[in-house]
Ligand binder design. Structure first.
Ligand SMILES: [Zn+2]
Length: 108
């Protein structure tokens, strides 16, 4: 049996979402509703970048949310998420990552 993670569409969806978000200055983060320019920098001063975030952690084959300037409705999506929001959420997922090592590369 092949790993379901590798059979999923996340890597493609994530790339699509990032590309669309980067193309729209008005794209908003699904988590906080701010544009990339409105996000504070990382602790090391780096500007945040767009990532493809799961609106529901670990959902397999969530579709890409392509309307980058609007937040997605409730449900599983791969949606634009600023790297600062993504890593802030990741800090609370330590337990999950430790017990599900295969998901680790989803958060990169
Ligand atoms: Zn955000």
């Amino acid at each position: 049996m092949k790993s379901l993670h590798h059979a999923g569409t996340f890597h493609t969806s994530s790339a699509t979402v990032r590309r669309l978000a980067n193309a729209h200055p008005g794209a908003v983060c699904w988590r906080c509703g701010l544009t990339l320019a409105q996000h504070p920098p990382h602790h090391d001063g780096q500007r945040p970048t767009w990532t493809g975030g799961h609106t529901i952690d670990g959902w397999i084959d969530a579709p890409p949310w392509v309307h980058a300037t609007r937040r997605p409705p409730p449900g599983p999506w791969i949606a634009p998420e600023a790297s600062t929001c993504n890593s802030a959420a990741g800090a609370g997922r330590t337990n999950k990552i430790r017990t599900n090592a295969q998901s680790r590369d989803w958060f990169g």
